[in-house]
Ligand binder design. Sequence first.
Ligand SMILES: C[S@@+](CC[C@H](N)C(=O)[O-])C[C@H]1O[C@@H](n2cnc3c(N)ncnc32)[C@H](O)[C@@H]1O
Length: 234
Amino acid sequence: MQNRQLQLQPRLQLLADLVPSGARLADVGTDHGYLPVWLLQHGRISAAIAADIGPEPLEHARRTAAEHGVQGIDFRLCDGLRGIAPEEADTVVLAGMGGETMIHILSAAPWTRCPGAVTLLLQPMTKAGDLRLWLSDNGYCFTQERLVRDKDFLYPVLVVTGGPQPPLTKFQQEYGLLLSKDPLYGDYLDLHLRRLEQAEAGMLRSDQETVRARASEIAALRAEMKRAREEWQG
Ligand SMILES: C[S@@+](CC[C@H](N)C(=O)[O-])C[C@H]1O[C@@H](n2cnc3c(N)ncnc32)[C@H](O)[C@@H]1O
C-alpha cells in the first residue's frame, strides 16, 4: 500500500520551506506532528525530534507518523527544550504558540543563543513584539522575517540565531525589521494601519487624561507606518 502524502496548510508550509536542507530538527510543541512528518516524507531533513508538553498531542503526532508510514521520529514528552540536548538539534521550530510561551522555553535553554549553534524558526500567534524585544535583549539576532497568509490571518515568522543585534526601535519591535522584501508587507502594513487608526480614535474619545496622552504614542507609530507604506509602494 502506498503511504498517504500529507498536505500542509500555508503556515506550516512556509515553516517547512524555511527549514535548512538536511537539518536535525526539533519541533517543540509539535501537537499533530505534521511538520516533522512532512519534512521526513519529502527527504528534507536528516533527523527529527517531535516534542510536546502534553501526552495527548504527542500521541496525535505518533498517529500522524504511523498513518503516513513515517518512521524514525524521536517523540519526547517535555516542557520546551528541557528534554533535548544541544547536540541533538541544529534547527528548532516553535510554532503556533504565544510569544510569552516561546520566551519561557528559550529562557530555560541558554544554549540556543550560542552563535552558530542553532537556527530558530519562530511563529508566534500573539505578542510578536514582546518576543522580538526579548530576543534582541538576550543575545539573539534576526536573519530573516517572513509573512504568511492562512485562513484570513497574516502571521509573521522570525528566523533567529545567537549573535549580537543592534537595539530595535519601537516600530521594528512591533512590526518587524526584515519584512519589507516580503510580498505581503503592504497588506500587513495596511492591516496594522487600520488597527492603529481605530486604537487612536478610541483613546482620543476616552475621558481619562492618561489614555488620551497615549494616543500621541500611537499617532507617532501610525505616522512611521504610513511612511513605511509609501516607501514600500514606491
Ligand atoms: C496550537 S499547538 C501548535 C502545533 C504546531 N506547532 C503548529 O504550529 O501547528 C501548540 C502546542 O504547543 C504545546 N506546548 C505548549 N507549551 C509547551 C511547552 N512549554 N513545551 C512543549 N510544548 C508546549 C501544546 O501542548 C500544543 O500541542
